[in-house]
Design a protein around this ligand. Structure first.
Ligand SMILES: [Zn+2]
Length: 114
């Protein structure tokens, strides 16, 4: 995990990301970068396999579920590696969407395509 990835996770957890809503890059009917819109815009619920009925945002839900100790079993290690990579990519995309003055190509869509 890079320092920038760590910064995005911390900013997400303390509520500084997404920050003040701006126009979303999807430009759908004047959509703003609120958490609820971003979850829909980036298809976060199906990506993280979190039920849409959750009252908490799916990224925080997954972060809350992380165990405090390193995983011991191989399938748990693989799951954590995969889900952590997805969360870092999502937060990268959300950060870039909310701060459009430095536009970078979205990671998650590139990752899904490969
Ligand atoms: Zn959008």
């Amino acid at each position: 995990m890079s320092p920038k990835d760590r910064s995005r996770v911390v900013r997400w957890r303390i509520g500084f990301l997404p920050g003040k809503p701006v126009q979303c890059w999807c430009q759908r009917d004047g959509a703003l970068t609120t958490i609820s819109h971003l979850m829909e815009c980036f298809c976060v619920h199906p990506l993280l396999d979190v039920p849409i009925t959750m009252t908490i945002d799916p990224i925080s839900y997954i972060l809350n579920k992380f165990p405090k100790n390193p995983p011991q079993q191989q399938n748990q290690k693989e799951y954590r590696s995969r889900i952590w990579s997805l969360i870092c990519s999502l937060l990268f995309d959300i950060d870039n969407c909310c701060h459009p003055q430095v536009f970078l190509p979205p990671r998650i869509r590139t990752q899904i395509a490969s």
